[in-house]
Write a protein that binds this ligand. Structure first.
Ligand SMILES: [Zn+2]
Ligand SMILES: [Zn+2]
Length: 367
C-alpha cells in the first residue's frame, strides 16, 4: 500500500528539526505500539530542540501524549488494541531502591520517552504497557495529552505540604503549567488564587478560566499587590511557574509567615537573592520546596496521574483554553521555529491530528 514508515518530527542536531519517515517501531514483550493522537510541546522541549540538545540525537521529542493502542508485544496484559491511552513517559528500571519504594520518578537508571528515547512527536511510539493509563469516555485525547503537565502541577501542590483549604495561593507564570496549578489550587479549596504574568493574553486565559485576582508585574509589583490584598499576611503557597529570577524573587516576597515557595518552573538562569530577602526567609520561616515530575502507580494506587485523569474526565480541570495551537507533524517545524523566534506567542502547542476509527487499518498496522 505504499506505506513508507512512521512519520516523525526528528531532532537531528541542535536547531535541526525535520519531518522524516522512520521504520515502524516493534513493541518488545510487555510493550505496546501506540498510535499518537496528540502530543503537547513542553517548555522543556524548546531548549531541547533549539538550544541545548538532547541526551542523544537523532531523537523524536515529545513526552506529553495520548493515543490509541495499535499493537501489543508478547505478554502485554491489561490493555487491548483500540484502547485509548495516555502514556507516563518515564521508564523506570524496576531494580533500584527508589523503584522498590514505588518512587519511580526518583529511579537511578531511568529511560524517558521524548528525551532519552523516541517520544510522541510521531505517528507511532512504543511504550511499556505498565506506562499506559486508559482514558475514560469523558476525556478526549487532546485533553488526555495534557495529563502529564496536569499531574506535574498537582504534584507540586501536594508535595509542598501546606494545607490549601481556605488558604491564599499565588502562581507566578500563567503558561499551561501555571494555569493548571492555579486550577488545582482552586479545586483543593484555596480561598483566593492570585495569578501573575507579564503577558496580558495569558492573564486573559486565566480570566476565561474564572480567575479574578490577576496582576501584570510589568505594570504593578506582584509582591506588593499580594501583600496589599492579603493585608500584609502574604500567601500560604507561592508557586514559581515561569523559571525566571524575577518570578522566584517575587514568589519569595509574596509568601507569608511559614509559607511555602514551590519551585516548579525550569530555571533559565542563576538567581541572586538579596540579603534582606534571605533574612525574611529566615525570620518568617519560609520554606522553599522543590518539586519534580509526578507520582505514578502501576497497581492502580492513588497517584497524581489517576487524580488528574479523573479531574479532566469530570470537567473539574479544564485544559482546552490552555491550547493555543494545534498543528500536524508536517506543520510543526515552521510553527515551532516561529514560537522559538517569538514571532508566534503560544501557550500549549499540540502536535498531531484527531484519530479516525479506520486509521489504524488504513495505515497498514496489523492489530
Ligand atoms: Zn514536560
Ligand atoms: Zn529504578
Amino acid at each position: 500500500m505504499g506505506w513508507a514508515g512512521v512519520k516523525a518530527l526528528v531532532l537531528e542536531a541542535v536547531g535541526q528539526i525535520a519531518v522524516r519517515r522512520l521504520p515502524v517501531p516493534e513493541p518488545p514483550a510487555g510493550w505496546a505500539l501506540v498510535r499518537v493522537a496528540w502530543c503537547g510541546v513542553c517548555g522543556s522541549d524548546m531548549p531541547r530542540m533549539f538550544t541545548k540538545g538532547a541526551h542523544r540525537m537523532p531523537l523524536v521529542c515529545g513526552h506529553e501524549f495520548a493515543g490509541v493502542v495499535a499493537a501489543l508485544g508478547q505478554g502485554g496484559q491489561g490493555v487491548a488494541v483500540g484502547d485509548r491511552v495516555a502514556v507516563f513517559p518515564l521508564i523506570w528500571c524496576g531494580a533500584c531502591a527508589a523503584c522498590e519504594a514505588g518512587a519511580y520518578v526518583q529511579c537511578e537508571a531511568y529511560d524517558y520517552l521524548g528525551s532519552r528515547r523516541d517520544g510522541g512527536f510521531a505517528e507511532y511510539v512504543v511504550a511499556p504497557v505498565r506506562n499506559l493509563l486508559s482514558v475514560p469516555s469523558g476525556a478526549d485525547l487532546a485533553a488526555a495529552a495534557m495529563l502529564e503537565p496536569a499531574a506535574v502541577a498537582l504534584h507540586a501542590l501536594r508535595g509542598c505540604g501546606a494545607p490549601l483549604v481556605g488558604s491564599d495561593v499565588a502562581v507566578f507564570g500563567a503558561g499551561p503549567i501555571g494555569l493548571l496549578t492555579a486550577q488545582w489550587a482552586r479545586i483543593m479549596g484555596a480561598a483566593r488564587v492570585i495569578i501573575s504574568d507579564v503577558v496580558d493574553a495569558r492573564l486573559e486565559t486565566a480570566a476565561d478560566l474564572g480567575f479574578r485576582c490577576l496582576v501584570n508585574p510589568s505594570r504593578q509589583s506582584a509582591a506588593d499587590h499580594i501583600q496589599e490584598i492579603t493585608q500584609g499576611a502574604g500567601v500560604a503557597v507561592a508557586v514559581e511557574a515561569a523559571g525566571v529570577p524575577q518570578t522566584l524573587l517575587a514568589a519569595i516576597r509574596s509568601a507569608g509567615r511559614g509559607g511555602r515557595v514551590v519551585l516548579l518552573g525550569n530555571p533559565s538562569s542563576d538567581v541572586t537573592v538579596p540579603a534582606t530577602l534571605l533574612s525574611r526567609v529566615m525570620r518568617q520561616e519560609i520554606v522553599l520546596c522543590g518539586t519534580w515530575n509526578s507520582t505514578y502507580s502501576v497497581h492502580g494506587g492513588a497517584d497524581d496521574w489517576r487524580a488528574a485523569m479523573a479531574a479532566i474526565a469530570s470537567g473539574a480541570l479544564i485544559t482546552e483554553p490552555l491550547v493555543s495551537h494545534r498543528a500536524s507533524l508536517d506543520e510543526a517545524p515552521d510553527l515551532l521555529w516561529a514560537v522559538q523566534n517569538r514571532t508566534v506567542v503560544a501557550s500549549k502547542v499540540l502536535l498531531g491530528a484527531p484519530l479516525e476509527p479506520a486509521l489504524l487499518g488504513r495505515e497498514g498496522i496489523e492489530p
